[in-house]
Design a protein around this ligand. Sequence first.
Ligand SMILES: *Cc1c(COP(=O)(O)O)cnc(C)c1O
Length: 389
Amino acid sequence: MQPTTVHKKIYLSPPHLSGAEMNYIKEAFETNWIAPLGPNVDYFEKELSDYVGVKESVAVSSGTAAIHLALSLLGVGKGDIVFCSSLTFVASANPILYLGAVPVFIDSERDTWNMSPEALEAAFKEAVLTNRLPKAVVIVNLYGQPAKMDELMSICERYHTPIIEDAAESLGSKYKGKASGTFGEFGIYSFNGNKIITTSGGGMLVSNNTNAMKKARFLASQARDPAPHYQHSEIGYNYRLSNVLAGIGRSQLEVLDSRVQARRLIFQTYYEELAGLAGISFMPELENTFSNRWLTALTIDEEVSGVTTDELLAALEQENIEARPVWKPLHLQPLFNNYPYFPHKEHESVSDYLFQKGICLPSGSNMTRQEQMRVIDIIIKKVKEKNNA
Ligand SMILES: *Cc1c(COP(=O)(O)O)cnc(C)c1O
């Protein structure tokens, strides 16, 4: 069906430039630092380290590359097991396959929509029985909401397994006052165009393990041995971020706090306008955590609201508004058909429920109030129409 109006498209999460990016880019051009290294890269790494409070950061070409490096640094290789959140974007788990390792997917719980400590514990118990303990656990912080890190970390510590925190969506979020992404042995952020800040494409690996980060720089730049004649004894990657893009990142980092405030305000507005509708529940914010609210997500119980997620998504699309279902869990993806999955409870898969009932609403920090009211009006209209039918 054609859109019935010619309203400007409202995107889910478009880039939002600060306006100062060109200053850094211009400087890179004027000094001819048009390379995957240079002063913008050094400053961007330092500035991000200071912002989140880690010893070191390595800027790379994507969040996916950062996960790949983190897994490599933890020695993940062929046939090794890696536990990974199921309710996430495919990039959390693809690097496990790059290394020939075996992903085991862990369900979510309802308080954060993130990894369920119960399911993680069950997976570890089974791993002990079969003598197949994981080499690493990838914990995702979905839509900006930090996972239950205390519970998850204490389980991982008990089994001596390091954590990689996938904070691609949660830069600027906090768990008990500490920056999301800084809890594991490694953390990763993404600066893809749809994330809370962007370099058009890029990522960051962070850690307090300075030795490992030295190795990360080595692996990310083709693993060149210290010799003048280009000698290599290990597989390396070409994963460094360009100095031009790091310039965009520096400028974006300056406005990160205001982007977080804007996204939280957008959440608040949706909440105030829609939480009263029967059958609609918003993604929670766990006590003692601070979500950047990268995307506003909610579930719709059609038994109560009378509207299915598909009907609501279709109504929005018809008005040129981009909304999306919650991520399809990885254990349901054809790509990962043959890998094990541990649900929250034996007969309860929370990620399946969230996928069936959940949608993400337009949440860009540059969305105007008027645009947001358009989205809200359509949702209210649709729910009322169904209830009066
Ligand atoms: C975006 C994203 C990534 C990957 O980041 P890229 O920079 O796009 O490679 C990884 N994990 C999650 C949860 C993401 O949302």
